[in-house]
Design a protein around this ligand. Sequence first.
Ligand code: DGJ
Length: 720
Amino acid sequence: MIHYNGDKAVFHLQGPTYSCLLGVRDGVLMQWYWGGKLPDDAVEGLLECPGEGASFDSAFSRQPLAVPTQEKGYMGQRAISVRNAAGDDVLSLRYQGHRIFPGKKPLQGLPSSYVEQEGEADTLEIDLKDALTGVAVTLRYTVYADYDVLARSMTVTNEGSEPFELTDAQSAMRLPAGRYELLHLKGAWARERQARRVPMGEGSFAVKSRRGASGHENSPFLAVLAPHTTENQGEVYAMTHVYSGSFSAGVDVGIDGAPVMMIGLCGDVFSWRMAPGETFQCPEALFVYAPDGLNGLSHRMHPFVRQRICRGQWRDQPRPILINNWEATYFDFSFDKLLAIAKRGAEIGCELFVLDDGWFGKRDIDNCSLGDWVVNEKKIGGSLRHLAESIQELGMRFGLWFEPEMVSPDSDLYRAHPDWCLHVNGRERTEARHQLILDMGRREVQDYVLESVSAVLRSAPISYVKWDMNRNMMEGFSAALPPERRMESQHRYMLGLYRVLEEITSAFPEVLFESCSGGGGRFDCGMLCYMPQTWTSDDTDACERTRIQYGTSLIYPCSTMGAHVSAVPNHQTGRITPFHTRCNVAMGGNFGFELDLSRLSDEDLAEAKNAVAMVKALRATMQQGEYTRLLNPFESDGRAAWQFTDESRAVVCMYAPQQQPNPQPHRVRLAGLDAAATYADAAHGITASGAALMNLGLIFPEGRGDHDSWVYVLEKVSKS
Ligand code: DGJ
């Protein structure tokens, strides 16, 4: 996986289908190559640095620097910036040594990808150091034998005698010079991860979050694509971050025309003072090269996220079909109302009932009680144990909503500890949804959150937790830090949050945790390390969901996406979609309901029951199989189609937003089937070879009205 050629000072990082070449030239670490797999190290004569020529710029600035910094005339985007004791930011990092070892070590205080066996990956650590200031950097590259993802992180250590301030830290990867397009995921609340493709210019492009969360607005993801890349063709270079806080993800085209992709902490809201001897761990970045289009990217990311980011008992378990009361009742519920919904849920086969916001303090509206995690027994008709056991008697598990990182100004917690929230003395504490954010960087706050949530979890049989976070940081500073360390507040918050998540998920390993942030405002690999699923969006409209789930699926597997059937007119859009379409679209993720089942018509209830039975029969394929996008709703008049495939079957879903008069015949060509095998869908009268399904394709049926959808279950009836 990692070979070092000492004669040539070249490191060859070789994954299943990619290679990356690094090397040392005059003490400087170069990244010579990243792209399709090279079978060996035979690259004699190919690793030359461009000369100075007639250039106005220094020769140095034209070299393929692996860790570009401010030195010797390099003018581009820097991977590391440091303000040193002398007040300048020049940094000449030079090679000191390296180590290659099997396996992968966890990162100190931060979530990261992992190995189960040492032999499944190799890690290369390269030490670099600036002689004048003592800034020392260890770069870490992990190559997996069976996963096409390169994991990269770095630590910065002060080996000098003066303090310095780390002001930026990015993981960088260079691409071959060329013309490209960019793909990023733009969004907002209820409109998360909308796929956007733009031509790549010759300057810089970056998406950022300064929100203290990865956020709804931009995802910690960027892909550089060869022109005209489709779902199945074209080269894709992509990156994402194993981190849930503010970030920057950008691409910078140097004077040699080679784009450098960088992802890391957001320098606008981050700096870190480092005393002599101190070490700082930067978050991990994941890089993927795919020669075979956007599905190629997802087919590499999905198994990796499922098996080397997600952890714990629930990682490989079938995810329970849930019924959540939020859109059914909002804050207006009682024991009887909850039980009526739960009863119907049990009748149609649901496996988990989730009690959402409003069960604690005096919270009948969103302006109070966050922080006071005391059960409102009057409202829920007795103890939490009584409610949970009543649900269990119906044959379902019980789950509970929390928003532990927050505090309402109208709460006992805030009255007791007004300084425990992020704020700036002398300035207004800007509220959002009538709430403030606890300063998770403070140990006493972490301990309070740990103890108050744990006490509730210990008090009743709770099998599932929805961990919500409903606002982003404004005046996001810790009053507990001295002025020269205030810019550390956001990252210290993340470290504190990760400590709490590590401890609580270890203390309650049997609990299934689902993360949430006003829907999908913190959908990232950092949270997925602790919670194997995330509520994808507060927008439950089936039509909108085809786009949100499309964008999300570029990186994240369906087993990480919560997707629920809700009422019509939809609460976010007012749109009316047929019940079967709401079910079919929700089958694109972890299936559940979020409506008052006790008020469904008999006809809809029967459809709900069928959908539950179908999910149970097919969820192994849908949660663990390969997911392939067949039609992109951003491009195909809103039509969408996707396919789940495993050894035994393919499940295909198609959706059309509008009925067309005299429609053009459409066909959807399937992918990834066994060409010589026969597949059959008895319900639709189809028996065809894999080759026919992949080449001729399924006919996109004519709709029975707007927002129609179809599911095909093609069982593999004969093997090739
Ligand atoms: C935002 C979440 O996304 C919703 O599902 C719901 O849990 C509310 N918060 C509750 O306040």
